[in-house]
Design a protein around this ligand. Structure first.
Ligand code: TAP
Length: 454
């Protein structure tokens, strides 16, 4: 059994059974058996079922959000957005079954057509930081393409995923089409990698585990999508609207208490405006409202667990803290928003993903220096560029090796557009109009139309 703890109070929320390896295998076999009928569901009917699933999520939105506040310490505003994102992503991909086109390709001697065929059983492994959206980005397009899905939530945060599985059944998805298996990564996740009936693993989590998943999947040439860590730069040029850049920078990194692969955890500021920027940043950081995540006014909740808080705190050894915001005392895994001026560019706090409310500020000299510093990391997930010069915005956007950049904002994930990482931040893209490609195989069929052919 896993004991689910409320990270804001340290109270026990619930206990959840852990799926054993044998139970995971049985679920995978159920998914395999459910696949032939699910892929044969007429496109309009599959679309309708996904829309009903979306409607069920919408009707349960307040409840899902409350579960996430209690289980993950997400602010109520964020948690509502996250449940709404599952609904929207289901709606978006409910349009896909009726538009899953192949192509007719001109060839001599006959007719050549392609089909986008589902893979079979798709396994989705979800981390604890955004339990609902990350689950939806995997299961919604996978189901739309005609696959069946087994999903493992993180041990720490299983509650909303379990509720989503109930809602799917209530909406009319057949048994075995979408199953949620709470349990350990080393048990359930490992069966997803090893079981031959699983044709694809969609993994979001740490780069370290992602590497192991990729190596494990290689044994069966199993398809993988990997969404891994990030160490993203927020690049601020002297010509930018400094007031706006400073006012928004805390939210670009401290949202979800910094437990966000897209957190802009390295602020790079043009040297000529560094002092002015820091003077503007300090009150903005003090202004972040940290506290009870269930309260409407709260902007940042606690970290997910005691051990994670200890890990985040370890990054502050041997660093110079410039200034910090506040956080509640007492029970809960609280950590104040913290701004660090690193001593060297090789400090751990600069090079490693902290995954907490800690941000470094470093100066740069010119455009080339900014791009060099932004790229000085094995990761390449997201980043922001603040400038009022359109040409510079484009040059720097093209120069930074990251999958998702935003100019004069901190937006990363929009379900209409592709999302994913370069370098060691991952492999493949989720969301957007092309996500179905990651859940289908192209089959090519040639029909000989020449006279006298047999
Ligand atoms: P991980 O420790 O990597 O865990 C992620 C998931 O993998 C969990 O469900 C975990 O199960 C499971 N897992 C662990 N070991 C496994 C194994 N040997 N085989 C199969 N599955 C296994 O990451 P985390 O600490 O939960 O999440 C934080 C990390 O995720 C950060 O690095 C963050 O950047 C990254 N992240 C990336 C993105 C994108 S979109 N790029 C989004 C969110 C988070 P357990 O719960 O049992 O450990």
């Amino acid at each position: 059994m896993t004991t689910v703890i409320n990270p804001a109070t340290e109270a026990v929320v619930e206990t959840v059974p852990e799926t054993s390896a044998a139970e995971a295998d049985a679920a995978i076999v159920r998914a395999e058996r459910a696949f032939p009928a699910w892929r044969e569901v007429a496109p309009a009917d599959r679309a309708r079922l996904l829309r009903r699933f979306a409607d069920a999520v919408d009707a349960d939105l307040a409840h899902l959000a409350e579960l996430e506040v209690a289980n993950s310490g997400h602010t109520i505003g964020n948690a509502r957005w996250e449940a709404g994102n599952v609904r929207d992503v289901l709606h978006y991909y409910s349009a896909a079954p009726e538009r899953l086109f192949g192509r007719q390709i001109p060839v001599p001697g006959g007719l050549n057509i392609t089909f986008a065929e589902p893979l079979g059983v798709v396994a989705v492994i979800v981390p604890w930081n955004f339990p609902m959206p990350i689950a939806g980005w995997g299961f919604a397009p996978a189901l739309a393409a005609g696959n069946t899905v087994v999903l493992k939530p993180a041990e720490l945060t299983p509650l909303t995923a379990l509720r989503l599985a109930e809602l799917a059944l209530a909406a009319g998805l057949p048994e075995g089409v979408f199953q949620v298996l709470p349990g350990r990564g080393s048990v359930v996740g490992q069966r997803f990698v090893d079981h031959p009936a699983v044709r694809k693993v969609v993994f979001t989590g740490s780069t370290e585990v992602g590497r192991m998943i990729m190596a494990g999947c290689a044994a069966q040439v199993k398809r993988v999508t990997l969404e891994l860590g990030g160490k993203n730069a927020n690049v601020i040029f002297a010509d930018a609207d400094l007031e706006r850049a400073a006012a928004t920078a805390p939210y670009g990194v401290f949202d979800n208490a910094g437990q966000d692969c897209c957190a802009r955890s390295r602020i790079l500021v043009q040297r000529t405006v560094l002092d002015r920027f820091l003077a503007l940043l300090e009150p903005a950081v003090h202004g972040v409202r940290v506290g009870d995540p269930a309260s409407e006014a709260t902007e940042m909740g606690p970290l997910i667990s005691a051990s994670h808080r200890a890990r985040v705190a370890s990054y502050l050894d041997d660093t110079e803290i410039a200034f910090r915001g506040t956080a509640p005392d007492g029970p809960g895994f609280w950590f104040p928003p913290t701004v660090v001026l690193p001593r060297t560019p090789t400090d751990r706090v600069v090079t490693e993903e902290v995954f907490g409310p800690v941000v470094t500020v470093q100066p740069f000299d010119d455009e080339d220096d900014a791009v060099r510093l932004a790229n000085d990391t094995p990761y390449g997930l997201s980043g922001s560029i603040w400038t009022n010069d359109v040409g510079r915005a484009l040059r720097v956007s093209r120069g930074i090796e990251a999958g998702n950049l935003s100019v004069n904002s901190h937006s990363s994930v929009r379900y209409w557009t592709p999302f994913g990482g370069m370098k060691q931040s991952g492999l493949g893209r989720e969301l957007g109009p092309d996500a179905l490609n990651a859940f289908t195989e192209t089959k090519n069929v040639f029909i000989d139309t020449s006279r006298g052919s047999h």
